[in-house]
Design a binder for this molecule. Structure first.
Ligand code: AMP
Ligand code: MG
Length: 422
């Protein structure tokens, strides 16, 4: 990997910087550097959430494995449904879910059937219990039901031999349920990457300690841990590292020896003591990039021994923006997950948004709907890169493209929602 160190430092207020990489170029360089982990293992279904499938999964069975009733009602021959008026049928048996009826349904007969009950031979239609009149062993039916109604065909969900999930899928609750419906107890998955993370800064104190003037609590380790845990990777917390050459070198060596990925925050911006960069350059092949993105311009990326290294900025919002835009796709690739572009949508901005051309901005927004049902978004107040409450209140990023020179209220913007259902 080639090393590019920052020589001409630019000020963070300076938006157009010819030495900056576009976010797309930075991401593509990161993704081409990363080789997915080759090791695979078996996970029990109970542990498989968020794991990445190492192989395609084919079904060995039909789901459902028998044609069965979708409703509580009566199983009949469709041909017995009258074209008009009513008709009487005699109940000859009962079918519970899991307890089939051994007999056959002839014309003029029916079986009481519960949801999930196997359709008895001869019957092809279920008439719901609400649409019959029952008198002892006799039901009276009318013409409201169509032949074939209220029946779930064998194999209508999955057929034996079907490929139901593909290699690289990150298992969602729906996927896990689907795998369970096939009776699979263990799933081939890729190994979980080990990710070590640490914070750098002499001013940082850990939660529980008291703050002197000018000190701040180390919040980045908590946001980073949370973002990592959501991805389902193994985390190793290396704590707070003081800004000394020795401590940084020791921590980075230990972290790289233990983990597949090392993430630090702080110490990569302009004005930081040189030994942070110096140590990184000494230990590995590291690029120091300025990315045309706000917040989060400085980013260090490279390798230390066999580990990948991400040096995120120190400012708490920059940490989250750079993690989601660069580290998360990188970790997903390392896990062997199929790449997925983040979901975006358009919304009308209710706020005017300040912006200078030259960088892609990820402002923090609250996405909702107006009375006409249109998607609207408003910003979460002040947008400084240290204002973590702007992330906490937000439910989306408002993504403003490089050339955008500001947004007036009423204009359309692109948003990247934070949450999906599955
Ligand atoms: P740096 O990149 O180290 O110059 O840090 C930039 C800003 O982020 C400074 O105001 C730091 O105090 C703040 N910062 C750095 N690391 C953390 C952290 N772990 N938690 C909260 N704030 C931090
Ligand atoms: Mg610092």
């Amino acid at each position: 990997m080639s090393e590019t160190s920052i020589t001409a430092e630019t000020c963070c207020q300076d938006d157009s910087d010819p030495h900056s990489l576009t976010p797309a170029a930075a991401l593509s360089r990161i993704l081409t550097t990363i080789t997915p982990l080759a090791d695979t293992e078996k996970a029990t279904l109970g542990e498989a959430l968020n794991r990445v499938l190492a192989e395609d999964i084919h079904s060995r069975i039909d789901v459902p494995n028998c044609t069965n009733s979708a409703m509580d009602g009566y199983a009949v021959q469709g041909a017995d449904i009258p074209g008009g008026g009513t008709r009487e049928l005699r109940i000859v048996g009962t079918v519970f879910a899991g307890k089939p009826f051994p007999g056959k349904i002839e014309s003029g007969a029916c079986a009481r059937i519960m949801t999930g009950g196997v359709m008895p031979a001869g019957a092809d239609t279920v008439i719901t219990q609400e649409s019959v009149e029952r008198n002892g062993d006799i039901i009276r039916i009318d013409d409201r039901t169509r032949p074939g109604d209220n029946v779930r065909e064998a194999g209508e969900d999955v057929r034996a031999g079907d490929r139901i999930l593909t290699q690289g899928a990150r298992l969602t609750p729906a996927d896990i349920g689907l795998l369970a419906s096939l009776g699979l107890a263990e799933i081939p998955v890729t190994r979980r990457p080990k990710v070590a993370f640490l914070s750098t800064g002499d001013e940082l104190r850990s939660v529980g300690e008291t703050l002197d003037a000018g000190q701040v609590y180390d919040s980045n380790r908590y946001t980073i841990r949370g973002m990592l845990e959501r991805l389902g990777v193994e985390t190793i917390d290396f704590g707070v590292i003081r800004d000394t050459r020795e401590e940084i070198e020791r921590a980075l060596r230990e972290a790289a020896a233990e983990a597949d990925v090392v993430i630090t925050s702080g110490g990569v911006s302009v004005g930081e003591a040189d030994y942070v960069k110096e140590t990184l350059v000494k230990l590995g092949a590291i690029n120091f990039w300025k990315i045309a993105i706000k917040p989060g311009r400085p980013l260090a990326f490279g390798t230390i021994d066999h580990s990948y290294f991400f040096g995120l900025p120190g400012n708490p919002v920059s940490v989250m923006v750079t993690f989601y835009q660069f580290v998360q796709p990188a970790l997903l690739r390392l896990m062997g997950a199929k790449s997925e572009e983040p979901l975006t949508a358009n919304a009308i901005s209710l706020s005017s948004l300040n912006k200078a051309p030259g960088r892609v901005e990820y402002q923090r927004g609250i996405l909702g709907k107006d009375e006409q049902g249109r998607h609207v978004v408003r910003k979460t107040g002040a947008q400084g890169s240290g204002i973590l409450s702007s992330m906490s209140q937000a439910n989306c990023f408002i993504v403003l493209p490089m050339e955008c020179a500001g947004i007036k209220a009423g204009m359309e913007v692109e948003v990247q929602p934070f949450h999906g259902l599955i």
